[in-house]
Design a binder for this molecule. Sequence first.
Ligand code: ADP
Ligand code: MG
Length: 495
Amino acid sequence: MHGRLPSLIVPRKAESEVLLPPVADDEVLHNNSLIQQLIMAAKDAALLHGVLMRTKEEPSSSEATSYAPFSLFPSPVPKKLFTQACEVQQDFNMLVDRISQDSEFLTKALASTVEVDDFTAGLFSIYKEVLKEGIAQPIVLGINRSDYMFDRGLDHNVSLKQIEINTIAASYAGLAERVPDIHRHVLNFWGKSDEAAKVLSNPAVKGIAEGIAKAWQLYGSPSAVVLFLVEKVSRNIFDQRCLEMELWNKNIRVIRRQTVDIHERGSLDDDKKLFVDGYEIAVAYFRTGYSPEDYQNENCWQARLLIERSKAIKCPDIATHLVGTKKVQQELARSGVVEKYLTECPKSAQRIRATFVGLYSIDEGPEGDEVITKALEDPESFVLKPQREGGGNNIFGEELRQLLGTFKDGPKRSAYILMDRIKPQTVKNYLLHPGTPSKLSDCVVELGVFGVYIRKCRKLIMNESPGHLLRTKSTEFADGGVSAGVAVLDTPYLI
Ligand code: ADP
Ligand code: MG
């Protein structure tokens, strides 16, 4: 960079007034000519490093491609909380896996929900059918991502608090692995090479590929392939391709199919081996199937059932998918539940519980009535969540108060849970979205940590936490919408 280098970079110690100081101070953030140069360099670095996404206008074609939205600067993340999130991931892997094997717990936890929520009921009926028939494949591959915010408590301390754990189609490992290269370049371009050297590497997608490759190997048929189940329209295809490439590089063939293809051309042989278009499927990896739109008709449900009944290693299997529901998350938060599943490792249970905020059942009855009354009085302190994934479904503030008011006297309320609202600190950054002029925004960050595990014969033979995902969004969208395109890719700058 030419000219005067603005003074800056994160103070060594967070000061009490500003708990999370931004990587760039106000002087830099308002230096328009510097910012414009950095933005130009950053966008080209994103394209060069493969941080890509198909465009809104042509979401089904790779002819029109741009950079995936990202933040100009990395965001400050307290080292202690980052380490805490990485360290608790193997505990979460273990917990999710154990819950997935307890049909009594899952049945009880979801009983009221399946009465009123058709989508969860559809998944649950597949689960029951598979249990009745008997599980054909004892090997389970889990790939999940536990998401957190840094909650700013009344005492001004920040703490790590879980938003949710995604047990199906946990995305963005591929792009997240490439974002550090952009931020290193931005910092270098700006003349901050020492700081650039501190930007963390993130081998998330390599670790996930290791898990899939290991599962493929355990399946034990060298000619069998890995099936990626994908949506009809995949704007985020490059993220998936990063993972595919890792597998191809290990000489593992990957095929991409939609659920409808499985219905039309999938079959089981006498041994329950799954075949699609002549390929035997070793691993069925879901990047779709988590939302009602993914099951447009009965054929899609039939296809999911066929896969679940098969000998293919499912990622996730239907039980693990159900463990990721908001209702199960809420039931796990009840006193003693996590502890019961991890009796021989109380430290794991403690580490997990430390990340929980209050989660509440609003099923009919005095327990639900009490929390509904509290939420109606103080809606800003709660989030109302339906059993949906993929962003944009949660309900906040005044809307929460109104909706809760409309169904508080009927069974429909069992389709939702209430959760304490996490109040993260904001940090200023420039968020870059293709085709939109970038402006300085107040932002909140969300840290995800990936987990990968394999269970064989009731034992975990792999339990890893290969990498992370940092996403940032403007406070304009603080009430939800992470995956609805408003959250951008980021990297943690540890302080
Ligand atoms: P989804 O499965 O749709 O992604 P999440 O539970 O991850 O649902 O929530 C989506 C978004 O809503 C989060 O990224 C976050 O911005 C916001 N959110 C969810 N739970 C909370 C909470 N307890 N406090 C504050 N914000 C929350
Ligand atoms: Mg989420």
